[in-house]
Design a protein around this ligand. Sequence first.
Ligand code: FEO
Length: 403
Amino acid sequence: MYAVREVTKDLYWVGANDHRTHLFENIHPIPKGVSYNAYLLLDKSTVLVDTVDWSVFRQLIENMEYLLGDRPLDYLLINHLEPDHAASIGGILQRWPNVKIISSEKGFMFMRQFGFEVDSHELIEVKEGDTYTFGDHTVTFVAAPMVHWPEVLVTFDLTNGVLFSADAFGTFIALDGKLFADEVNFDRDWLDEARRYLTNIVGKYGPHIQLLLKKASGILDKIKYICPLHGPVWRENLMYFVEKYDKWSRYEPEEQGVMIVYASMYGNTEAAAQALATRLCDAGVTNVVVYDVSNTHVSYLISDAFKYSHIVLASVTYNLGIYPVMHNFLMDMKALNLQNRTFAIVENGSWACKSGDLIQKFVDEEMKNMTVLNERLSLASSLQPDKETELNNLVAAIADSFK
Ligand code: FEO
């Protein structure tokens, strides 16, 4: 059965929701699902803007057949070739053998790499600044390399102010009937998943997002709708989300607060982390969150690492190294280019405490623009009363660094 929504005159959401996939990109949990957004423009010509993951291809076809009726599909406009959007290209080409395809040069390269038989179709290669008219609607193209693959275009409809933004401004969470961001409580229910999506999927490419935002700034007053490839469409309060993207892609913390992440084998490092959290709150630093690195998926840790200004890493020593799961978190923060944070270290080791020095070395040498507080809490097996001064000094140092 079709399930479509009208975005604005002539334009429809024809995507689908996915509650079956457990791991997005086979790595990131999506307990609330995800949507794959595709859009159908019914102008003098008909245009499908991007497709969907193969798993929901049938829904896309039912949506398109309902809206097209007896009309053919004239154009397939592909902004992004990652298979969560492009896997259904093959099915579209089979069903509409006369469809013309619009994409970037690299877009066509990826279509061939993925095995789509595009060369029997009319191919229209476009680049930044080109325009194309479908009847009443004229679109222009903006290159958005590495947001989040090199071939990406974003397409701006000059007639109605619709920006097809590809992965930019996307979020996890299935739409489930809603379409617009103003139909949900975005700040309460969606922001955390939007940040987790952006930081884990495109976090590494902050400078490229900045470049896209700079290009968009010249036409911000003309953008009436932002239509991303995942999550809700924006038609109100666009600057709320643009400003979040600006902050995340500049690697600036969203909030002054402390994220404590502990790696604990038998609960002693965990107890130290809780003692630290308690004393921080006593000292008036109450925006504190605590995570067990072993049972929190790293994508959630990355999201909060982008959110908070301060990160405390509390780790046991393991095989004379950093606890492996904590090491993985450090590697992920580095891979995603996180910068401009204040770190503090709590280390533990029963006979050879090494984790603190190794964490310090990693942060100093592998990451950019980080500050590590000099005060460190070093434990021999467990937190004992003789460490009260060290603990209090660490609390004071964190509190002072907030000023
Ligand atoms: Fe949602 Fe880069 O694909």
